[in-house]
Ligand binder design. Structure first.
Ligand SMILES: *Cc1c(COP(=O)(O)O)cnc(C)c1O
Length: 361
C-alpha cells in the first residue's frame, strides 16, 4: 500500500494505525460479525466506543469535573450559530476577535441571532498576526469572548490565550485541537470540527463547562440546545457513530504517542523545519505571518511569482505530495501539518523545497 503525503487543510491526513484498525474491524468488529456502522447506537459494544472517545478526550486535555465532552453534527459552522443562540441573553451582546475568514463567519452568525462586536482585530495588517492583549477593548458585560485559536487560511495561531477577566472565553479550535497541552478548563466552551486534527468529517466536538449550561437560553429547539446533548451524553438521537469510532481510534493513537506533550514536540519539530527552510532561502520563500503568530498546523508561504507557485504545487504533486495550494481566498502555498502528518512527510517536503529553490532561485 502506498500512502500519499497529504498536506490538505481538511479533511486531512489521518494516522495510519487508526485507519488500519478500522480496515481490520470493518467486517467483524468486537466479534459481533458486523461493523460499528451497522450496529445500534444503544448497543453495549457501541457504548464502549462512545464513552471511550469522550473519556480519552477528557483525559488528554485534563478536563475537570465541570467540563464535559459532547458530540454534535453540523460542523464548526453550525457552532457559529448555536453558540450565540444558547449563550447571548435577550438584549445582550458577545465579543469576537477578528483574525480572518472563520472568525468573520462566526461573527456574522452571532449578529443574525443576537448582537456581537469586535473586541480586537488584525484586519489592518491583513490578518498576518494575532492581536496582543493590550489591543483588546473588552466589554465587561459581554456574554463571552470568542477567539479562533488557529487560523487555517491565514496560517496564524494563538500561542497565548487572552485574559478576559470574568467574561467566559470560547474558542473555535477546529484546526488545532490537541496539538499541544493547554489549560482547557479555562474555557467555557471549545468547539472543533473533527476533520482537521482528530478524525473524519461528520462529527463536531464540543467541550463545555457544565455549570454554564444552567445559564443558557431556554425555549430553543431540542437539537440546537447544548442542554440536550449534555443531559443525554450525546445520545438523544443517533450520533455519527462511525465518525466517533474513528475519533476514538485517533485519540488512542495520540495517547500511544505519549500524549499531548509528545505530540507538541513532534509538531514543533515539523513546523520549525519548514520555517527553517524559508529562513535559509530568504530571497525565494517568504512567510507573510509575523514570527510570533506563526501556525504549527498550517504553514503558509509565498514564492517569487504565481507562476513559480503553480509550478511548485504541480511538481510537488508529481513527487507524491498533495494539497499544497493555498486557500483560494489568499493564494500562495500552504502545508497543513496536523498531528497525523509524520515528521518523515515534512522531511520530504522540506527537501523538495530546498531543491526547488536551488533549481529555480
Ligand atoms: C474548517 C474550519 C471551520 C469550518 O468547519 P466545518 O466543520 O466545515 O463547518 C471553522 N473554523 C475553522 C478554524 C476551520 O479551520
Amino acid at each position: 500500500m502506498t500512502r500519499t503525503w497529504n498536506f490538505y487543510a481538511g479533511p486531512a491526513t489521518l494516522p495510519r494505525p487508526a485507519l488500519e484498525r478500522a480496515k481490520a474491524e470493518i467486517p467483524d468488529w468486537e466479534s459481533t460479525g458486523m461493523s460499528v456502522m451497522e450496529t445500534s447506537h444503544r448497543s453495549p459494544e457501541y457504548d464502549v466506543v462512545h464513552h471511550g472517545a469522550m473519556d480519552l478526550m477528557a483525559e488528554l486535555l485534563g478536563l475537570d469535573d465541570d467540563h464535559q465532552v459532547l458530540f454534535l453534527q453540523g460542523g464548526a459552522s453550525m457552532q457559529f450559530a448555536m453558540l450565540p443562540m444558547n449563550f447571548i441573553p435577550k438584549g445582550g451582546s458577545a465579543d469576537y476577535v477578528n483574525t480572518g475568514t472563520w472568525s468573520q463567519k462566526a461573527f456574522k452568525e452571532a449578529n443574525i441571532i443576537a448582537s456581537a462586536r469586535w473586541a480586537a482585530s488584525s484586519e489592518e495588517d491583513g490578518f498576518t498576526r494575532i492581536p496582543k492583549q493590550d489591543e483588546y477593548n473588552l466589554d465587561p458585560d459581554a456574554a463571552y469572548v470568542h477567539i479562533t485559536s488557529n487560523n487555517t487560511i491565514k496560517g496564524t495561531q494563538f500561542h497565548d490565550f487572552p485574559d478576559t477577566g470574568a467574561v467566559p472565553l470560547v474558542a473555535d479550535m477546529s484546526s488545532d485541537i490537541l496539538w499541544r497541552p493547554i489549560d482547557a478548563n479555562r474555557f467555557h466552551l471549545i468547539y472543533a470540527g473533527a476533520q482537521k486534527n482528530i478524525g473524519p468529517s461528520g462529527v463536531t466536538i464540543v467541550i463545555i463547562k457544565k455549570s454554564w449550561i444552567e445559564q443558557a437560553n431556554e425555549g430553543l429547539p431540542t437539537m440546537l440546545s447544548y442542554a440536550t446533548y449534555s443531559a443525554k451524553e450525546s445520545l438523544y438521537n443517533t450520533p455519527p457513530t462511525f465518525a466517533i469510532y474513528m475519533v476514538r481510534n485517533v485519540l488512542e493513537w495520540v495517547k500511544a504517542q505519549g500524549g499531548l506533550a509528545a505530540v507538541e514536540r513532534q509538531n514543533r519539530a515539523k513546523g520549525d523545519r519548514l520555517y527553517g527552510v524559508m529562513a535559509a532561502n530568504p530571497g525565494f520563500y517568504s512567510c507573510p505571518v509575523d514570527e510570533d503568530s506563526r501556525s504549527y498546523m498550517n504553514v503558509v508561504f509565498r514564492l517569487p511569482s504565481e507562476n513559480l507557485e503553480a509550478q511548485f504545487v504541480a511538481e510537488a504533486k508529481a513527487a507524491g505530495m498533495v494539497g499544497l495550494k493555498g486557500h483560494r481566498s489568499v493564494g500562495g502555498c500552504r502545508a497543513s501539518i496536523y498531528n497525523a502528518m509524520p515528521i518523515e512527510g515534512v522531511e520530504v517536503l522540506a527537501g523538495f523545497m530546498e531543491e526547488f529553490a536551488r533549481r529555480n532561485g
